[in-house]
Design a protein around this ligand. Structure first.
Ligand SMILES: [Zn+2]
Ligand SMILES: [Zn+2]
Length: 255
């Protein structure tokens, strides 16, 4: 069986008319990565009443949607939510986003701290792996889902808020789908370096080096009005199986 993936939000920084900020959903696994403004879409798309949500880091575009989980919890569309992140990330969510003046209602979720490099068995066939990404201000977390069925391995990786710095090439090796941020086109290399984000050609070259099968780019700059904010044709000259993420895009990933 394929791994079903839904991109609920594919923009970075702030929502615009085309894109909300990040959340990647694996409905059959009751798993989501990041809690951006697109999180309002999750309740109607879940396949169970449980949700495990893993955060990459605590920057606002990745957590701003977390308070939206309160209503599905109160309405019993969700029975149980477990929020996973580093201690720093979970502290930031509770001390700032959910401080009383900002959001005065406690959300009944459970929290689990992750640290360093690790993994969690989601069920008998699926494992989630994580590894810190050091180059973004405050750091971020890389995630990889592996499905093993009859000795066939299928891999989906999610990498956001990082420069292409060589630290995670092995982590995403031979991914069947790589979901990678591409906040800037090549012309903005200086800004990308300063802000700890990736540029298009670096991302395309990485996909080649890591021998991934297909790639979708997300966390694109919301201030760019053009339909293609990063230069997809140029990326395809380097890595042909590149596509631009849009909200609602789905994949059935097989090896
Ligand atoms: Zn971000
Ligand atoms: Zn960030």
């Amino acid at each position: 069986m394929a791994i079903h993936v839904e991109l609920l939000g594919t923009g970075g920084y702030y929502a615009n008319d085309r894109r909300h900020t990040p959340c990647v959903l694996f409905p059959e696994l009751s798993l989501a990565l990041d809690g951006g403004s697109s999180l309002f879409r999750i309740a109607d798309r879940l396949k169970s009443s449980e949700l495990r949500l893993f955060l990459t880091h605590a920057h606002l575009d990745h957590i701003v949607g977390l308070p939206y989980l309160l209503m599905p919890l109160l309405l019993k569309k969700l029975d149980r939510v477990t929020l996973h992140g580093t201690q720093e990330t979970l502290d930031a969510v509770h001390n700032h986003l959910l401080s009383t003046p900002v959001f005065p209602v406690a959300i009944p979720w459970e929290c689990e701290v992750i640290s360093g490099t690790g993994s969690l068995a989601l069920d008998s066939q699926h494992t989630l792996f994580w590894q810190p990404l050091p180059s973004h201000p405050g750091g971020s977390m890389a995630y990889r889902i592996e499905q093993v069925q009859e000795s066939r391995k299928t891999i989906v990786s999610y990498i956001t808020d990082t420069t292409v710095d060589g630290t995670y090439t092995a982590f995403i090796h031979q991914s069947d789908l790589l979901i990678h941020e591409c906040n800037f086109p090549d012309q903005c290399a200086e800004l990308a370096e300063k802000s700890g984000h990736s540029i298009a050609s670096d991302v395309a070259h990485l996909a080649v080096t890591a021998q991934v099968r297909q790639m979708v780019v997300v966390h694109v700059d919301p201030s760019v009005k053009e339909e293609d904010p990063v230069g997809i044709p140029e990326m395809r000259l380097i890595f042909p199986d590149t596509q631009l993420g849009v909200d609602g895009l789905m994949f059935d990933v097989d090896s």
